[in-house]
Design a protein. Structure first.
Ligand code: MLT
Length: 302
């Protein structure tokens, strides 16, 4: 019998489907310090972002039953993939499942900022009526620069276009000839966009992608959305850009450290903040569960 540890939980329908296929699924959480020893008893380890599959975890699991780690989500920055592979463990993710949910959240942050929805929620609860102060701007007719035109970027582009935005993009892999949107260099995108939305993984060798130099290139009054990874943007530089007015608003779902302790940033009147909920929809979690089940069934021929 295949034994599966879903250390950060798993959608009930996926647990049922795995059990129906003859697997045993354990959804209780093993603390990080005990994980390497504990996973030796399992064939599969499923994680979201909370559990870190470090080199130490993989080394401790070496030579055991553990053959597969699945990241129930897109970003694999919490898994040391070379170390896992070197210890005979394959790593998979669920790249298709959450694109639409993350793209919808990015659109939500754009409206929250451009129409002062986020701050109105805060100030109205304090008894304020800031009707005159909150004259916003439409997103219709504005240029949205998408950094990272993978599945999420493309989903966002379609929605933004339908809302009347002009979409431009840049991507590490260059121009995608299948897409009709204008491809720009990162520098040109920063200089011309009214809204910038990030959809790239964090590369620890490269470091952050958006720091002071990049903020300086942006248009005055730009809106920045980060639903990708917190470390892609330098928070100190972002705060400076918000305080100087260079950045009119920042929509943040991700932070350098999570849970974030950067209260100055999340309390900033021109920040719309959410606690890494890009993929936290019923639909995305159901699709993630389905992808996880299909990956396990294929891997073990169930
Ligand atoms: C992902 O990489 O799938 C998202 O950031 C969502 C998550 O980690 O829960």
């Amino acid at each position: 019998m295949i034994r599966v540890l879903a250390n950060d939980g798993l959608e009930a329908s996926a647990v049922k489907a795995l059990e129906a296929a003859g697997a045993e699924v354990v959804t209780s959480h093993v603390e990080q310090a005990d994980l390497g020893e504990a996973v030796r008893e399992y064939d599969v380890l499923i994680v979201r972002s909370a559990t870190k599959v470090t080199a130490d975890v993989s080394e401790k699991a070496k030579g055991s039953k553990l053959k597969l780690v699945i990241r129930a989500g897109v970003g694999v920055d919490n898994i040391d993939i070379p170390a896992a592979n070197a210890n005979g463990i394959e790593v998979k993710n669920t790249p298709n499942a959450s694109s639409n949910s993350v793209a919808e959240l990015a659109i939500g942050h754009m409206f929250a900022l451009a129409r002062y929805i986020a701050i109105s929620n805060v100030t109205m609860r304090n008894g304020e009526w800031n009707k005159k102060k909150y004259e916003g701007s439409e997103i219709f007719g504005k240029t949205l620069g998408i950094i990272g035109m993978g599945r999420i970027g493309q989903s966002l582009a379609k929605k933004a276009e339908a809302l009347g935005m002009k979409v431009v993009y840049t991507d590490l892999f260059g121009k995608n000839d299948k897409l009709a949107y204008e491809f720009l260099s990162l520098e040109d995108l920063l200089k011309t966009s009214d809204f910038i939305s990030l959809h790239v993984p964090y590369d620890k060798n490269q470091g952050s992608l958006i720091g002071k130099a990049q903020f300086d290139m942006m248009k005055d009054g730009v809106f920045l959305i980060d639903c990708a990874r917190g470390k892609v943007v330098e928070e100190a530089a972002l705060l400076e850009a918000l305080n100087s007015g260079k950045v009119a608003g920042a929509g943040l779902d991700v932070y350098e450290e999570e849970p974030t302790k950067n209260t100055e940033l999340v309390n900033h009147p021109r920040v719309s903040a959410t606690p890494h909920i890009g993929a936290a929809t019923k639909e995305a979690q159901t699709r993630i569960g389905e992808e996880v089940v299909s990956t396990i069934k294929t891997f073990f021929n169930l």
